[in-house]
Design a protein around this ligand. Sequence first.
Ligand code: 13P
Length: 351
Amino acid sequence: MNTQEITKTAKTLISQDKGLLAMDESHPTCNKRFAALGIPQDEETRRAYREMIVTTTGLGESISGAILYDETIRQKKKDGTPIIKAIIDAGIIPGIKVDMGAKDLAGYPGEKITEGLDGLRDRLKEYFQMGARFAKWRAIIAIGHGIPSQTCIETNAHALARYAALCQEAGMVPVVEPEVLMDGDHTLQQCFEVTEKVLRTVFNQLYSQKVMLDGMILKPNMVLPGLGCPKQESLDKVADATVNCLLQAVPAAVPGIAFLSGGQSSELASARLNAMNIRFKSRLPWALAFSFARAIQQPALEIWHGEEINVPKAQQALYHRAKCNQAARRGDYNTGMERPIHDNTVYKHQI
Ligand code: 13P
């Protein structure tokens, strides 16, 4: 294991107020997002979409790493250049989703366990040879009547730590993603309690399985009321709850926390990250960054709509969202940045 390289990669992923772009939707998830907009759901369309993303000029100004799906890391641009080369040439570190999805947890209705440990050591070796330098594994925890169970939390935490240890053995930075879902009508306080318990359990497992904390990134949910909760909370309340929860459970040796967006609107995800950095940035041991999929991609996907002619405008939208989130890392984001994107919008990289 090259510990120096691993810690260097982890540091680079959170440096210069950049963040991660998750573009690792599995076929079913990607197809679901395409279907909602009437976009064809086939391999060539997924390839064209991912090419649109990685050829966005200037993306590397605000994105440090891009998380790919197995299909994408093997695909090429139309001109024959491997997608992974286009990413590296843009100054972005390639990463790879390595879990095989969340499946029903036997004996625990309504709960999931993430699979994919069998054969992972060999798959990581191959991805490293292809150029990936970090990986992602997502566990999901639902809040509901009588759940999450201790068993669900423990089995997922155990799997996350097994994955993380294998990643570091292979020379890659593990992005450890225990996601407490937003679905449901639970309160902010309930989300706080579950998230704290999940994170404590995950870090116990990471410690017991000898994962180097300075060579990983944590990718958690923000602490939020459920989507169906009648009492939604202000930016400041969400910022305080999220950071206070993380302070209870995340060791100072972890270099960065890169949030998932989890179904929040793009603007809210940026505004909440911004509020956290305004209120706490100078007092925290770790960086507060982003690793969004929907909150960066969704506006661009809607503009692109599967049509080549829309590529420039979609790329503008993608670039814009990435920049908004970089501003949020600095505590410099404001809703004034959310002006409509016109044809004549000129960004810095185009001047
Ligand atoms: P969202 O930001 O859309 O929640 O996706 C993040 C992610 O990578 C889920 O695994």
